[in-house]
Design a protein around this ligand. Structure first.
Ligand code: SAM
Length: 272
């Protein structure tokens, strides 16, 4: 690989290390509650030790009526906060609920095993787990979004995932939106999604990037900013709300409908 390509790959890998915050996951996933009953959820870009996605489904397993939760990570099995990809092996969490009904996810109920490979979502091992699952929920690596979504479509999976806003213009993604195969989630597109970042990336951002555009400091902690939105192929209420396409304008001085362009009287509008 040339030096330039190496640098680009390193930059892309860095941008992939944005970790989703618990409150953003809760705010989006509460709109899909009915979809999860009896289903196997797979978080396939999620270190079970640190992912808020994995934690969300573990915590809400019974409330959602899940059948099984699988979570696998990429090239790492350290139990600290962020993946450093310094191990070629990866781990898998397999959880089938609070079997002893003590209202806790006990260590003996959570099966954590080593994967044979590095946990790449495209590896045969991960694909085997994908086939066993019904709904995939995660924030995948930004740099591999095209391939990531293509795989979900190929295996006909339901999903709720985070992606950059710009992906709507990708030639691989736009036709999926146009053909109603994928749509935007419930969280408004204008919401500023913030992400936790590893310490060394936070330091670098502080030194080289602009506060407000690349990151924000919230309660003294640097949060990475990215133009991200949720994408899904699960139905949600907002999607079925009728759009207000027309308003009726009335002159306040008299009855009847007066076109806005021809009246000089004060106007008020009402929904038809
Ligand atoms: C944007 S981060 C999000 C992490 C986590 N899903 C979350 O939301 O907090 C994307 C994650 O994908 C992992 N990743 C990178 N390449 C991957 C691959 N080929 N297969 C699976 N995961 C990968 C990275 O290690 C990184 O942790």
């Amino acid at each position: 690989m040339s030096k330039n390509r190496n640098l680009h790959a390193a930059k892309r890998a860095k941008n992939d290390e944005f970790y989703t915050q618990r409150q953003d996951i809760e705010a989006e996933l509460k709109h899909y509650k009915d979809h999860f009953k009896g289903k196997t959820v797979y978080c396939n870009c999620d270190d079970p030790n640190v992912s808020e996605f994995t934690r969300y489904f573990q915590r809400n397993f019974e409330r959602l009526g899940l059948k099984r939760l699988i979570s696998t990570c990429y090239k790492n099995q350290r139990a600290d906060l962020f993946s450093s990809h310094d191990s070629e092996t990866a781990i898998m969490l397999d959880y089938r609920g609070d079997l002893n009904r003590n209202r806790e996810a006990d260590p003996k109920e959570i099966e954590v095993t080593n994967l044979k490979g590095n946990g790449d979502f495209r590896s045969p091992e991960s694909i085997r787990l994908l086939k066993q699952s019904d709904i995939v929920v995660t924030n995948p690596p930004f740099s591999l979004f095209r391939e990531y979504v293509a795989q979900l479509i190929e295996y006909d999976k339901k999903f709720v995932v985070i992606g950059n806003k710009n992906v709507v213009t990708y030639k691989e993604i736009f036709p999926l939106i146009k053909n109603n195969k994928i749509w935007v989630g419930h969280t408004p597109m204008s919401k500023d999604l913030l992400f936790d970042v590893p310490e060394e990336i936070a330091e670098e951002m502080k030194a080289t990037k602009k506060e407000g555009s690349s990151y924000r400091i919230i309660d003294g902690v640097l949060k990475g900013r990215s133009q991200s939105i949720w994408f899904t192929n699960l139905d949600h209420k907002k999607r079925n709300q009728p759009l207000d396409l027309s308003f009726r304008y009335e002159s306040m001085g008299g009855g009847g409908t007066t076109p806005i362009t021809t009246t000089t009287m004060p106007l008020r509008w009402t929904r038809p």
